[in-house]
Design a protein around this ligand. Sequence first.
Ligand code: ADP
Ligand code: MG
Length: 143
Amino acid sequence: MAVERTLTILKPDCIRKNLTGEVIRRIQEAGFDIVAMKLTRLTKDTAGGFYAVHKGKPFYKELVEFMSSGPCVPMILEKGNAIADFRNLIGATNPAEADEGTIRADFADSIGENIIHGSDSVENGKIESAYFFSEADIVAVKS
Ligand code: ADP
Ligand code: MG
């Protein structure tokens, strides 16, 4: 299977609930290599830009406020079939609909505050990664 990269963000609720370590442990246990990682805090502008595709939707303002409400941890992850496998690991957007054992089913409180982001395509993963990281921030882990 082709090696892919996905951009994830441990959202502010994940950090507030002291779940950073547990979620990273699950990600690594599932076979993802972390190739870039940092702790940062989004402004309303950067959060709004990241989620620009949702602009105009009823939840957009709440989403921007939530994503800028505290520190978050963006990471670039690498693995064969990373995009689809990571979406399976985190579960459906709405934790009430997420499969048992997924990160969102286990830890998320609501459809808005759902612990973690995952890119929905290789192309969007590249665009999203560029929001947080430059090429020089990406570490080769296999060689
Ligand atoms: P995903 O994060 O699973 O790719 P979307 O791209 O549809 O989901 O939405 C982006 C984020 O916006 C979600 O993770 C969630 O935080 C928030 N969101 C999506 N739909 C809703 C909703 N109906 N009400 C509140 N927040 C929402
Ligand atoms: Mg999405």
